[in-house]
Write a protein that binds this ligand. Structure first.
Ligand code: HEM
Length: 286
């Protein structure tokens, strides 16, 4: 047999399993159904996978905010682009869940009540970090001290959008004082003057190249979250129709009400104020 010169680990060595904690990880899938229902394994694993990716996204958001505070735009873009790539995985994972038929889900669905993805505190933390702040969600975590603490902290401090707006002002753009001095814990209120100011970036992307890149990467992340919401609600409709959710909401009806949530509203609104010249510069014409 060919010698690959691989090292056979000694008992005290760090190994793949001991480093990645594979045995511990594989011991975390505890089915509620009895007798065990085949599809419940998929259901648990997919949720656990989402939670791990949420953890990584939050980790990257922290970094992106740090870089933004220090005006390190290239590094901020790098972190945001990584988040965007992870979001692609989050969206495409929905395909796997859609291989589960309504019947297969019904075999164990009643065992889940009243648990629901709605209670994912990392998802809520992600929304809060982006700037989607709604304190009514906090009450769902009253019994989970740790989650409540994390979310209460997240809703008090500036979001990535708040930090971005400060950065925007540092770059010489006119950001209304009421936006810069807002109460972070309250829902963000869209500002028309700010949208007009952002339109300047799109009017002249060459002049404002750095800001243009930042605006676009933020829009990518916001749009991909909407795409996930859309794929999730369609999957839910496919699996449970328009019945109530295990978390107690109106199910699809509730989820559809979230499809218009914009974390960075002025970046979207700026589009309506962009002044497109009647003709292009000669050198840009094809
Ligand atoms: C068969 C699979 C699934 C079904 C039938 C389903 C169903 C639902 C329903 C009905 C809701 C509304 C709240 C409720 O009343 O329960 C909800 C919310 C939610 N689900 Fe799912 N879900 C599924 C899979 C997933 C997966 C894999 C994730 C990944 C983490 C997830 C994350 C969420 C989140 C974060 C919310 C809250 C959304 C918001 O408030 O904007 N769900 N789900």
């Amino acid at each position: 047999m060919k010698d690959y010169s691989l090292t056979v680990p000694k008992k005290a060595d760090l190994t793949y399993n001991s480093y990645i904690k594979v045995h511990e990880l594989l011991d975390l899938q505890k089915l509620e159904s009895d007798p065990p229902q085949h599809d419940e394994m998929l259901f648990i694993i997919i949720h656990q996978t989402y939670e791990l990716w949420f953890k990584q996204i939050l980790h990257e958001f922290n970094k992106a905010v740090d870089y933004l505070k220090k005006d390190q735009t290239v590094l901020m873009l790098k972190a945001m682009n990584r988040i965007y790539k992870i979001q692609d995985v989050l969206v495409s994972q929905v395909d796997i869940l859609e291989t589960m038929t309504p019947n297969e889900f019904n075999y164990f669905r009643d065992k889940l009540t009243p648990a629901s993805g709605f209670q994912s505190h990392q998802f809520r933390q992600l929304e809060y970090c982006l700037g989607l702040r709604n304190e009514t969600y906090l009450k769902f975590y009253k019994e989970d001290e740790e989650a409540f603490k994390i979310l209460s902290k997240a809703i008090q401090g500036p979001s990535i959008y708040d930090e971005f707006l400060k950065f925007f002002a540092r770059k010489g753009l006119d950001v209304p004082q009421e936006v810069l001095n807002r109460d972070y814990s309250k829902a963000y209120e869209e500002n028309d003057d700010l949208a007009k100011e952002m339109a300047k970036i799109y009017d002249d992307p060459l002049k404002y190249n750095e800001l243009y890149e930042v605006l676009e990467v933020m829009m990518n992340v916001d749009q991909k979250l909407l795409l996930w919401r859309y794929r999730h609600v369609q999957m839910v409709r496919r699996v449970i129709g328009i019945t109530m959710g295990t978390g107690g909401s109106m199910g699809v009806q509730y989820l559809q009400s979230t499809l218009n949530k914009l974390a960075f509203p002025e970046i979207w609104k700026a589009r309506q104020y962009i002044i497109t010249p009647v003709t292009r510069d000669k050198e840009e014409e094809v």
